[in-house]
Design a protein around this ligand. Sequence first.
Ligand SMILES: *[C@@H]1O[C@H](CO)[C@@H](O)[C@H](O)[C@H]1NC(C)=O
Length: 397
Amino acid sequence: MVAIRALLASLIARDSAAPPIVRATSSVVAPVFPADSFLAESSLGFSYHATLSLGADAKVNGGSGNTVQVLLDTGASADWVVWAGCTESVCSGHNVYHPSQQHFRNLSIHESLVYGDGGPANTISIWRVDDTVTFGSVSIPSTPFGAADSLPSSGESLDGNFGMARAYCGGHLCSKYPGFVETMYESGIIKAPALSFYQLAPDDVVPSGVQSSVAIGGVDRNKYIGTMDWFPLTDDSMWIIPNGLRYVTPGNNAPIVDATKKFTHTSLTLDTGDPELLGLPTNDWKTLVNLVGAQGPDSNGNYLFPCDATMTLNFRGTQNRDYTFTLVDPTTAKGNYCSPAANDAGNTKNWIMGSPFFDHYYTVWYFGDRGVHSTIGFGQKNLGASAAQSTPVIGYA
Ligand SMILES: *[C@@H]1O[C@H](CO)[C@@H](O)[C@H](O)[C@H]1NC(C)=O
């Protein structure tokens, strides 16, 4: 998977010349960051993997500061981490969560979490607990998460998965178990309900000292260039952009096509847990195959796209910015045709954008609050030496 991710990530064109796009008025309001905003930072591993210190291990509880490694998964709502009480062999070898003396509360609710297509290979069982979460320099004494007592039979490479879906939908509470970013904000521990990723892509070249990082509490002025483009979101708890504009350049010198109304599914889900660049529901995938004049399918059902086929998305953000990327993997060229970089995501409701896309931008996920709408912002990543430092944005980003 690592090799494939690296390849896909290298495909995205950066700031390519804007095609002739009809401008729409944005319906999103950019967030304002208060004067006392500060950033709590943590290092970020490959693919949105972050470290947290939990329960008895948290230094604020007198622990050693030992950490667990979890995916900060914007495409999931549940949080889980391997619990010390898990007796399965697949739990050994993990860093595990030890309940604290001070703040542990067992809600005595046992639940199954089902990922992907379900089945034993995708099912995890958890006890709902409250306990301490430390992220970088900040801690919340008590916040809900799941203590896993059973993992899939095939095991898990990470110690846990922390869903970053929102608990506020259109300004109203819509979840029983808000995540730690939101509970920290509600408790006044951080000053803005924001999660910001500076994830270096495999092909990024940066001066020494510049590393991938994740911050909560605000936006880091040192991690991006220019202004943030803030996108409207639906009132769903997932991060879903409605009604983006979609343009396709079919390749082979054919002119750009406004394909917005040619596709059936209007919304796009942003999912850091998805390792694919862009997935389309099957009927929209077929539309795309026709639009670019793909060759195929071959006996395995695979298509080839013209190597110069591109797509441009515009999310009607505050900057009305266009996001253009190649639709193929150029290293697979056979004549003028290449393997596609987008894929058929099957029977899904929305288009799905995955981590290889986000890797190319500084992304800020603003959770909103009671009466305050959520938004997500993309900025051009700063790859210069100044990205090694951080400065919280005050006011507008
Ligand atoms: C929570 O309580 C139940 C009994 O109600 C117990 O079986 C379970 O092991 C406890 N879970 C944790 C994480 O302590």
